[in-house]
Design a binder for this molecule. Structure first.
Ligand code: NAD
Ligand code: UGA
Length: 459
């Protein structure tokens, strides 16, 4: 089956970059990305591509190249569904904040709304692709909704989880380690494999049953996050024993069975998915009565929360057990470099803890807008919006942010932080001038030489 029109419901961090790359690599396929969020669609359509809603290296160039040719952004969801042969569901699947499974299970209401929307609108046969990360066996629910419309429309459901990481999304999409397609209908699987086949070698396109595909996505994220919690656990031991976590990571990473990637000790992982997907995995395991399995994975989250907390605890105790009225400059607010995404960023939780100790927080991030910092803190509802406004200030210039600060906390590993004039920064700060390097990006000897009281993770 040859596909000529596809649509993607959800113009977010996955839908936007993924469809932009599919459009670039398949000039003969018309790709329409739809969303209920008018503001987001308007930003995707902004003539000035520097104003796209998502910052990803290389994304603006691809959008500029394809938009209006075979890539379109729209809020006309029904029209796009009606016209397309293949529909990707790429909406958010956050952790439930209410009812059964609150705080653990994935909230599938947006996915279900998409399925119902497709069921209502479709007049011709469709291939429906789960691109969102979903609990294993979700395809069953989608199938049940789509197959009970009373019409003669045939729906094939595929699972095609996305493995891109933010900050490297375009590179990850252009050179994926693998593409995973789970499904029943061979014809539908091959139709999707053909689309990827225009740039991904066939032997890297894996075909599995739907359930393996759904579960592989949760498993991949759980394994990745587990590596970070493992090295972070060792970082605490390093701090007590004069071992150096970077040296340990290097030494174990050279064992090809372990591998060298994803072993950077940090303030703890953030991002929209690791925590949500592991909580979901834990919830699923418990719902099958697999308590040991659930406890095993839950420990990854427990350790991550501990790592964030001990970073702020250490900062407070080093500053003579009080940060009340002290200015703490936070460099970085995004959950990692090269993205404007702040979801579950460790910076939010560290700031919240310091604010509860009455610190004044100054934030500088090269890509995160000021209002996002306040939205993130207000969302926690730890204190009033007015209090957050009074205690937190954001800056467009890092040198302004650090002026008269008692301490700097490095929260994100932005490359530009390494290039700053650290002597000048030292002179601008109150003395003793402390640096808490949550990303181990600065050189301890150089910082100490300048005069800083420098501490990092796992050293
Ligand atoms: P996102 O919040 O950035 O985007 C989701 C979009 O869907 C939003 O713009 C929202 O308005 C839209 N939406 C919600 N309900 C809708 C509806 N009924 N109709 C039309 N639009 C609707 O989310 P994201 O980061 O792109 O993540 C999407 C999915 O992909 C999640 O399941 C996530 O776990 C998974 N995933 C994310 C990443 C990542 O790096 N962010 C990577 C791999 C997988
Ligand atoms: C992660 C996975 O890497 C992707 O494969 C997956 O598709 C995606 O989740 C998803 O499902 O959403 P992402 O969260 O965008 O991607 O970014 P990562 O590079 O995985 O970083 C996640 C967090 O871990 C960041 O806060 C990062 O700073 C931290 N991290 C990463 C470490 O602390 N140490 C490391 O060694 C690596």
């Amino acid at each position: 089956m040859k596909i000529s029109k596809i649509c993607c419901i959800g113009a977010g961090y996955v839908g936007g970059p993924t469809m932009a790359v599919i459009a670039k690599m398949n000039p003969n396929i018309q790709v329409t990305i739809v969303d209920i969020n008018q503001e987001r669609i308007d930003a995707w359509n902004d003539k000035d591509v520097s104003k796209l809603p998502i910052y990803e290296p290389g994304l603006a160039e691809i959008v500029a190249e394809t938009r209006g040719k075979n890539l379109y952004f729209s809020t006309e969801i029904d029209k796009a569904i009606d016209e397309s042969e293949m529909i990707f569901i790429s909406v958010n699947t956050p952790t439930k904040t209410y009812g059964k499974g609150k705080g653990m299970a994935a909230d599938l209401k947006y996915v279900e709304l998409c399925a119902r929307n497709i069921a209502d609108v479709a007049k011709t046969d469709k291939i429906v692709v789960e691109k969102s990360t979903l609990p294993v066996r979700t395809a069953q629910a989608i199938k049940s909704i789509l197959h009970n419309t009373g019409s003669n429309v045939k729906f094939d459901i595929l699972s095609n989880p996305e493995f891109l990481a933010e900050g490297t999304a375009i590179q990850d999409l252009l050179n994926p380690d693998r593409v995973l397609i789970g499904g029943e209908s061979e014809e539908a699987i091959e139709a999707l494999a053909n689309i990827y086949g225009s740039w991904v070698p066939q032997d890297q396109i894996l075909r599995t049953n739907v359930w393996s595909s759904e579960l592989s996505k949760l498993t991949a994220n759980a394994f990745l996050a587990q590596r970070i919690s493992s090295i972070n656990a060792i970082s605490e031991l390093c701090e007590r024993t004069e071992a150096d976590v970077s040296e340990v990571a290097r030494a174990i990473g050279m064992d090809s069975r372990i591998g060298s990637k994803f072993l950077n000790a940090s303030i703890g992982f953030g991002g929209s998915c690791f925590q949500k997907d592991i909580l979901n995995l834990v919830y699923i395991a418990r719902s099958y009565g697999l308590n040991e399995v659930a406890d095993y994975w839950e420990q990854v989250i427990i350790l991550n929360d501990h790592q964030k907390r001990r970073f702020s605890d250490n900062l407070i105790s080093t500053l003579y057990n009080t940060v009340s009225g002290k200015k703490i400059a936070m460099l970085g607010w995004a959950f990692k470099k090269d993205t404007n995404d702040t979801r579950e960023s460790a910076a939010i939780y560290v700031a919240d803890h310091l604010l509860s100790e009455q610190a004044n927080i100054a934030v500088y991030d090269p890509k995160v807008p000021s209002k996002k910092v306040y939205v993130d803190l207000n969302y926690l509802q730890t204190r009033s919006e007015d209090e957050n406004k009074a205690l937190v200030e954001t800056f467009d210039d890092p040198y302004e942010a650090v002026k008269d600060a008692h301490a700097i906390a490095i929260m994100t590993e932005w490359d530009e932080f390494k290039t700053y004039d650290w002597k000048k920064i030292f002179n601008l700060m109150k003395k003793p001038a402390f640096i808490f390097d949550g990303r181990n990006i600065l050189n301890k000897d150089e910082m100490t030489e300048i005069g800083f009281e420098y501490s990092s993770i796992g050293k």
